[in-house]
Design a protein around this ligand. Structure first.
Ligand code: HEC
Length: 98
C-alpha cells in the first residue's frame, strides 16, 4: 500500500488529465502552478486553442512550426489526443472562472 505506481496515483483523474500526466507534458508545460517553465502554461494554451486543433498539433507539431521544441505524439490515438485537448480547454475555462 505504501508504494503506488504512477497509474494508480492518477487513477482518479479524468482520462485527459491522466494522459497529460503519463505523457510527460508537465516536464515543459505547467498546469495549476506546477510543472515546467520551458513552454506556455496549459491554461494559456487552452484559452486560445480548441480541442481539435490541439489533437492535430500533438500528432505532428513540426507541421505547424519548423525546429519546434515541442515533441510529436504520433503513438497516441486521435481520440486520446482529443481527450487531452478537451482537458486542456476545460482547465483554461476553470482557471478563468476562479
Ligand atoms: C520537451 C518539452 C515539451 C514537452 C514534453 C511538451 N511540450 Fe508542448 N510545447 C513545448 C514547446 C517548446 C512549445 C512551443 C512550440 C512552438 O512554438 O513551436 C510547445 C507547444 C505546445 C502546444 C501549442 C501551443 C500553441 O498554442 O501554439 C500545445 C497544444 C502543447 N505544447 C501541448 C503539449 C502536450 C499536451 C504535451 C504532452 C502530451 C506537451 N505539450 C509536451 C514543449 C513541450
Amino acid at each position: 500500500m505504501l508504494s503506488r505506481s504512477p497509474g494508480q496515483a492518477h487513477a482518479s483523474l479524468s482520462p485527459g488529465a491522466a494522459l497529460v500526466n503519463q505523457e510527460g507534458c508537465l516536464a515543459c508545460h505547467s498546469l495549476r502552478g506546477s510543472g515546467g517553465t520551458a513552454a506556455s502554461r496549459l491554461e494559456y494554451i487552452g484559452s486560445h486553442r480548441d480541442a481539435g486543433w490541439i489533437a492535430d498539433y500533438l500528432e505532428n507539431p513540426a507541421a505547424f512550426a519548423q525546429d519546434t521544441g515541442m515533441p510529436a505524439y504520433p503513438h497516441l490515438q486521435k481520440d486520446q489526443r482529443i481527450l487531452m485537448g478537451d482537458f486542456i480547454v476545460a482547465a483554461a475555462a476553470t482557471s478563468r472562472a476562479r
